[in-house]
Design a binder for this molecule. Sequence first.
Ligand SMILES: Nc1ncnc2c1ncn2[C@@H]1O[C@H](COP(=O)(O)OP(=O)(O)OP(=O)(O)O)[C@@H](O)[C@H]1O
Ligand SMILES: [Mg+2]
Length: 500
Amino acid sequence: MDKILGRVMTVAGSQMTVKLDADDRDQCSIGIGAMVKVCRADRQVVAAICTVQCENSSLPERLLVADLLGEIGPFGAAVSRFSRGVSQHPISGEPVLAATDADLKTIFAQTSRSSVRIGTLHRDATQAAYLLINELLRKHFAVLGTTGSGKSCAVTLLLSAIVSDYPAAHIVVIDPHNEYSRAFGQLAEVVSVDNLQLPLWLFDFEEAVGILVRGGTAQEQEAQAIILKDAITRARRRYAGAMGRLDKPDSSMPYLRLKTRLESLRYDRRFAFLFSDRLVKEDALSQIVGRLLRIPVAEKPLTVIDLSGVPSEVADVVVSLSCRLIFDFALWSERGQMPVLLVCEEAHRYVPADERIGFAATARAITRIAREGRKYGISLALISQRPSELSAQALSQCGTILALRLTNELDQRFMETVLPDAARGNLAALSSLGAQEAVVCGEGVPLPMRIRFDDLPSGRRPRSEGADFTDAWQTDAVDIHFRDEVVRRWRHQNRKRVAI
Ligand SMILES: Nc1ncnc2c1ncn2[C@@H]1O[C@H](COP(=O)(O)OP(=O)(O)OP(=O)(O)O)[C@@H](O)[C@H]1O
Ligand SMILES: [Mg+2]
């Protein structure tokens, strides 16, 4: 027999207020986030407790407010299922019951083939937690949490589960710290500036300015930008068979600066990807896109763009261009023919809340995917340790939020604006979540839930461990050879192209 906790007092919008039975001692077990239900016709309306209040201290009449989330039903069917949304609202006076273990199993059961397991429920470690892949990817998602809370491991776990079920996926991971290549092994095509080729002609004006315009006063930089714009226009016209005119500016200084910068970049190994001879002579766009998006997949459904050790101006431009290529390719292909997931680690770096920080072209390219990508089959995953520093516009497009531990007060307050009403009950838990724990809410899950991600075996974790100081400091293991080798590699990076 289900336990009656109290009776419905009022129902307003998507919430109901419940008057708890005064004499029931077990009520102290009622907590924020616990599930209750009300029977209506042939189904049960499910709600999550979001507030528990004492109305009057002299008369301990306790009320609770619960968010109406969905329905289990219909009664008598061979299999009863949970569905979101409430078609029949509870009525005043109806008994409110605690949801049973069987109810919770129905609510959190694997509802379709297209869901993947990511962990277990916090309240019942025997109950698996699933993400609904289509719902998760159709409306973008965000993984947010303090540094070390387990974001990269969570992303690895999720992507591994996706590619094991969907081996012909197209997933591009922007990886600023070279964490993911180890985690995915043979399943990933690792693209780094060592083996990347992006011809200069692919760059738009702003990206070209971002790479080439350096030094001098603001006025001089503007003059350099004008020269560059003219040069690009002229080159493009010439390429198209028509000549353009170039009006010479007053001083030759901006020309010299641009020329010097171009020359120095040509011999900088970190920029070698821009100046490959093959790229200058051939139209390699199709191959570039093919490699970036894995067409054909050829058993490598992931592309990891490794940006570690790359100067920020290079990283910014590579990200900007990659995002633009992904978007344009989707735009010109049949809608939904080849869905792509773009995972953006350290997203606050590329789409910052403060538009003055970061590289405008990158922010624009990612924001465009956040805003319009859904229509063209591009899904975006924003990963960040500082949600309050992440563009609210981009974050607001995320239909599912996976929030791990968040200790910063500003970030916690920011989450109040991001989490949907139904998940607010879990807000207080964010600062005290353990490692690998998360509150997940939105389209990708049947209901907001607190989960613990499954353990990733050590060989499949991203390369994100901190240094083991106490171990490393036991013995004097680093010698002159180590020192010389590091210096050699350091030098080599700048000199390699000159030496060839
Ligand atoms: N699901 C998991 N399975 C196994 N270990 C985990 C898991 N989640 C977290 N860890 C442990 O926690 C450490 C930190 O996790 P992770 O690198 O994913 O954090 P992060 O939130 O991405 O940090 P940062 O913001 O610094 O990138 C890992 O090195 C690993 O030891
Ligand atoms: Mg990480």
